[in-house]
Ligand binder design. Sequence first.
Ligand SMILES: [Zn+2]
Length: 488
Amino acid sequence: MWNIMGKFYITTAIDYVNSIPHVGHAYQKVIADIISRWHKNLGDDVFFLTGTDEHGQKLADAAKDQGLTPKELVDENSSKFKHVWNLLNIKPNRFIRTTDKDHIKTAQELTMKIYKKGDIYKGTYKGLYCKGCEAYITEKDLVDGKCPHHNKVPEILEEESYFFRLGKYKDRLLKHIKENEEFIQPKARRNEIINRIKEGLNDLNITRLKSSLEWGIPFPLNENYVTYVWWEALINYLSGIEYPKETFKRYWPADIHLLGKDNGWFHAVIWPAMLFSADIKPPKTVYIHGFLTFNKQKISKSLGNSISPVKLAEKYSVDGIRYFLAREVMFYDDGDFSEESLKNRINNELANELGNLVSRTLSLCKKLPEIKKSPVEIKFEIKNIEELMKNYKITEALNEIWKYVQDTNRYINQKEPWKLQDGELEKVMYTCLESIRRISILLWPFIPSTSEKISSLLNIEMQDLKGFNNEIKIYKVGEPEILFEKII
Ligand SMILES: [Zn+2]
């Protein structure tokens, strides 16, 4: 099957398992799943990678607090992430864990490759280290002497350590970013990164002494060290596709690394420099999306169960959540997960506009034993939707798709088919059914179970975009059913 259509490789950030999944994590994975399904819908050979990041100080500390070994803790927490993604109908090709044996091996091999290139050396590091970030931070990033992300005073750390020659790649990085406009998206983030690179790039400390931290991948050059967690975590994008074997050759370079603002620097600067050093092509696009708030509050543990994707899906349905995240939140910007807007969108759009369209169409078809093909009176132009999806304009694409739901409702209101009989009625209903069939194909990446449900109500096979224009010869549809219950 390979090589018939294009390949598409999409990755998400791998989640750090010191907490349990919340709606912020879910947002990124839902969007990645939508993009992945869109490409499957096009007939592309897609590889979608997600997973969990499982080493480092914070996890070692958290395990200790709970009286567990680090491995016990990461096993338990990683399985929670996997479970929630499955529940939200997020279907990666692989769920990678940085404690997986093949990842450990690949991380060590890549490190050795970079060392042999002359880009890793031993030196002394003295700096401000934030345990929360698991990273050194510079004085100018502090707010009132504290890490702004964790509101903690950093420690001063001085140790012999290994360094990556990040500074060496400054010019090459700037050149690559300038020559490849799609490399860092959206534009605002791209400009921020360019300005920060211009300020200068320091070489990067990539190890911790084993005597101070044991929970890490052994550093292949010196057994007294473990590999800095960020360094090896980035390599998951290669180990996930079995670098350097066939799967890697098939899918690399990644078409898109999807991640949040806190990860931008690592993916847009450090990671491509590592790849340059290892003579591997950089990813095509690093997409840095905004952060979510929940009912206008910062997402944090104090919000408790209310931000649990499991609880939210129970209350609002999986497709309700998926639809809302894609439609409400502008992908490139910060957004708010407001339960009030979620309810409104479920009631007004999913239940009233889409649900009613399907149920009233099926009700009107009851008068007819079958509906034979006739000219479709609603024109679908999907080139612009394809273009928007290609450029990761998810919200805009969904808005365009939704116009067809509204067009079809308008068409029914104009034609007043409840006043029609036989042949006249059949013609109008054929247009409605064809329109619904096409809408269900376009919506499948966003709300897959609903689209599949619609197909089964229409009594046809679920098709993909290749089948978009293949009109059905004769419809023999089923009984209407409620697609979305209204939320009170
Ligand atoms: Zn911090």
